[in-house]
Design a protein around this ligand. Structure first.
Ligand SMILES: Cc1cc2nc3c(=O)[nH]c(=O)nc-3n(C[C@H](O)[C@H](O)[C@H](O)COP(=O)(O)OP(=O)(O)OC[C@H]3O[C@@H](n4cnc5c(N)ncnc54)[C@H](O)[C@@H]3O)c2cc1C
Length: 300
């Protein structure tokens, strides 16, 4: 299997990259880590006329702290995120999710921007971005704009990005103090894509009641799904076993996954129900652990 013929350029600035994409038109593609795109080219599922390699652009790299958020450059590799002290200290939920991406060889090359732009419905970064309310800075030769996660992911491998637009940065809000978290994944084997993936963040107040929460599911639709009714159902409740069991049943009413070669729709719903309950339990219990515990407490 060999790719169809293509041209190649490796610009050194974002300005040059977006100019190259605009000049070549919609058949050109950005190349990041190549972990998804090159395989698609080898199978001729993708036949770009031009590859615009982003690996020589320093502006697209780095992880830095803002006032109440962290900025992650689009060309940051999964491995750089995995070993970032800043992300570990401010949002360990990201670190945990990233460790579930493929194997080290894939994490060494695959990038945050590539994963978000590729928008595989079972990928970790899109579900984490939606759960934490991240937004993407996107740029073309006309200028730049921010796209919120809940408008970014549209369907299977489809996003709000224009064909000549690049993701340059991702801005992730730092979860508030005493926010517990959980990442739950069901996959056939270690390193495989998730069949179902659930990410939850839950803040429990001094009175032991849930003050706020967000819970999102991957692998159960074309785009990651935010369980919209979770807030209404659970804010003000104590995260007891009975309440969470009932919530897990009710919340998965929002899901309508397709059957495919990996799992039937019914299996995905059953797995999601179990993982949602587990995620809410772990994230909701974090406060009672009294601090960072590696299993769910995000105390910033
Ligand atoms: C064996 C294997 C197992 C994997 N397992 C997992 C897994 O468990 N979980 C998971 O989440 N992922 C997994 N992946 C995918 C991996 O995370 C990829 O790194 C990711 O999907 C694509 O990132 P990339 O940097 O390699 O992008 P590329 O392959 O270079 O590009 C992918 C697409 O994104 C576009 N693109 C890239 N960067 C930008 C940008 N900055 N702006 C706009 N468009 C851009 C490209 O044009 C292309 O269309 C796996 C991959 C392999 C090969």
């Amino acid at each position: 299997v060999r790719p169809a013929p293509f041209s190649y350029t490796a610009p050194e600035t974002v300005e040059e990259a977006v100019a190259a994409l605009a000049d070549a038109g919609p058949d050109a593609k950005a190349l990041a880590g190549g972990q998804s795109l090159l395989a698609m080219m080898n199978f001729r599922v993708a036949r770009p006329s031009l590859l615009v390699d982003l690996r020589r652009i320093p502006e697209l790299t780095g992880i830095s702290a803002g006032h109440d958020s962290v900025r992650v450059g689009a060309m940051t590799t999964h491995a750089e995120a995995e070993y970032s002290e800043l992300l570990l200290a401010s949002m360990p939920v990201v670190r945990r999710a990233v460790t579930l991406i493929g194997h080290p060889a894939i994490r060494n090359r695959g990038t945050v921007g590539g994963s978000l732009a590729h928008a595989d419905p079972a990928a970790e970064w899109p579900v984490v971005a939606l759960t934490l309310g991240a937004r993407m800075r996107c740029e073309n030769n006309q200028g730049s704009r921010w796209i919120d996660s809940d408008r970014f992911f549209e369907d299977y491998f489809e996003t709000a990005l224009g064909p000549e637009e690049l993701i340059t940065d991702v801005e992730i809000p730092i979860p508030r103090r005493y926010t517990g978290w959980s990442v739950q994944e069901f996959a056939r084997q270690s390193g495989a894509f998730a069949i179902v993936l659930v990410v939850a963040v839950v803040r429990v107040g001094d009175d032991g009641r849930i003050e706020d929460l967000e819970i999102c599911v991957g692998g159960c639709g074309g785009a990651p799904v935010r369980l919209e009714s979770a807030r209404t159902k659970l804010v003000g409740e104590r995260p007891t076993d009975r309440v969470l069991e009932q919530a897990a049943r009710d919340l998965i009413d929002d899901l309508a996954p397709r059957s495919d070669v990996h799992a039937t729709s019914e299996d995905r719903v059953a797995i999601a129900r179990a993982l949602v309950k587990r995620a809410l339990t772990e994230a909701g219990a974090a406060r009672s652990f009294g601090g960072p515990n590696g299993g769910g407490a995000d105390e910033v």
